[in-house]
Design a protein around this ligand. Sequence first.
Ligand SMILES: C[S@@+](CC[C@H](N)C(=O)[O-])C[C@H]1O[C@@H](n2cnc3c(N)ncnc32)[C@H](O)[C@@H]1O
Length: 758
Amino acid sequence: MGKHRSKNPARAGGRKPINRDDNGGTGDWKKFDPTDMNNEAFEQYYKAQGIVSEEEWTDFMACLRKELPVTFRVTGSRAHADTINDIIRTAYVPNMLDVEFEGNKIEPPSQLAWYPGGLGWQIEAPKRAVRKTEPFRLFQRFLVGETEVGNLSRQEAVSMIPPLFLDVEPHHLCLDMCAAPGSKTAQIIEALNPHHTASTGLLIANDSDYKRTHMLVHQTGRMPSKGLIVTNYDASMYPTIKLGAGKTLQFDRILADVPCSGDGTLRKNIEIWGKWGAADGNSLHGLQLRILERAMTMLKPGGRLVYSTCSFNPSEDEAVIAAGLNARPGQFSIVDVSAQLPNLKRRPGKTSWKVGTQPDAKTSKEIAWYETHEEYRQAVENGTEKEKDRGKGLPSTLWPPANATELGLEKCLRLLPHDQNTGGFFVCVLEKRASKNSAPATTEEPTSSSSLKRPASPAAPQAAETKRAREKSPVAESSSGVATPAEVSTPATTASGPAKKEKRDLSFKEDPYSYVDPEHAEIKSIIERFQFKDTFPKHNLLVRNEYGEPLRTVYLTNDVVKTIILNNDYTRLRIISAGVKSFARQDSQQRVEIGCKWRSPIDGILELLPHVGNGFVINASLVELRTLLQDHYPPIEKFANEEWKKVFEGRDMGCAIVKFQEGKEAGGELRLPMWLPVWKAKMSLSLMIDKREKSILSLRTFGEDICNPPPIQKDQNKPDATAETDPAAAEPVPEGEGEGSAGVALAVEESEEKAINA
Ligand SMILES: C[S@@+](CC[C@H](N)C(=O)[O-])C[C@H]1O[C@@H](n2cnc3c(N)ncnc32)[C@H](O)[C@@H]1O
């Protein structure tokens, strides 16, 4: 398993790979002092590589020493994103056109010229100006709120590029190999669900760092998808995924946004100035190549693979691509993407580069250059060069191969900071040839004969899967080439594990997965409550225990995810999460008066809406929203709207979905319709979103936080004190508060599930 990110990514002699997108959303800016921004070896190294011409060198270096503008992306399905974009353009930007700060005019936010649909933005204003001028401060507050609810994503401009070239369609089976913290994962999910329609595709978002996979779960919670699985694996040894009947999964799209030295992020991670060394890139080349080679193996013929780094270094960029192509002669080609994103300024990849070492970056800035691998080996033999990299020395794949000019490396893209005021990045788009001799679409080809040996990885203890028996059941294929779960021999309609039991990786501590029998009494109560139509995928309800028992949370997955879960032991794939959280138990007691004890968390509502019965969703206006935000459990009689009161009085206790119409009313404005879960108790209603989300919603809609503090519980140590003493009885405790706080709820959920698993 990889290591957790360090606050100082360039630590350990600059060898630690960069987790570059981490401070994307925090707004933390480090001390910015251009006089510290020097590194002789860096200049020597890149002057020799010729990644910019001599005439441009001064501009290149000057730009690297400038503060990086803040950039963000409007997220979500297209119609939704366009509305948010219009709000920025029409409600905020006009107020920022004539702002002055300390005698200088401050430029308003501008749209990134190359980003599709104008949904990418850049703020060049210095941070101080943003804090000290009213229009920018207001905009900043808007950005923070919208980022919290998932409508915006702070992301470096160049980091937005790789997923755009991936060209994802809603039916694609995709893998994001090094995904945390997940800014590109979010882009892929959006491409799979452009209109929030039922995507039949799949995205597996993987990271070798266990803690960072939880960042991924959090980040993707804002754009839930039934077709999402998060895994925790060393990408260079990613396991083969079984589909039943001896078939294995091959992906239509793979993103390999690999760990790298990160010198393209110098403008953001300014510590790199003091730490950078020529050895950094050389030492990462091996891992990067192994990840690329694994991606090449798992890609479907005709599929597309995007390799990217935030490093300028050819050792991590062109050298990796060249070695990957040469390991599979004739099977892959570099795609010419010059016509895509026409306004994006890019530089061609290099067909020649130099390999240099820097024996000790701390004591000497001198770089030793070696024309060839043989020359380097000679120096090792002579003792003038010490062997690094665990005694194996530098691999020959670091040097430009003899056929470098024939590989089409100039079709790679290098993004340079001074071209459009960004960070640096490298992107290469590869396509696997769909030839007669290619392996069938769902069968992986044998692993290539890379010259680099794969080291054992603690995150991949079960790699020897060839030894395992494969299922014998006949499996039909869906249009995506994946067997649909109903066709898999494992009983798909009952709680079940993999079709054939595999050996468990006992070191993997996450809870198991199983599908719930749709005839289970709890599921029947849910179907009845939400008046689900026949279209509701009741066979695809997943829980986190071995017995298919709906205890606290039920997730909804699509067919592809189900096929994967049924055919692979979850510990072998190290599955951290799957599907969308769709139902959460609201009432764990045996109260008979509550027929369905489940509510739909906000994450899952959009997935449920197409299936709920006509008339189940209750319409409301901002007047009702105001009351629901102000009080935690407003009595039904408090609502002025007679129609609304009547509807709720006619309903049993339990969950409802309320649609708040867009418009201006009650001192607020809602620009898009919004669906929220509401719980009806005996005499009151409650909005089922957590306290923080309520406050953000209040600020966005009414311009102020109108939410009153939650009522004090009468005896917090006494279980179910409310039910005993409150006339309203059975009042819900919204997620994120008191006993029902997300953390506590999760703990209860885990211990309950663990108890049944024990
Ligand atoms: C540059 S970051 C990825 C950024 C991410 N794609 C995004 O856009 O948010 C590289 C990631 O690779 C992960 N990583 C490092 N070594 C890995 C390996 N062998 N397999 C999988 N992930 C790895 C790190 O934990 C880190 O999260």
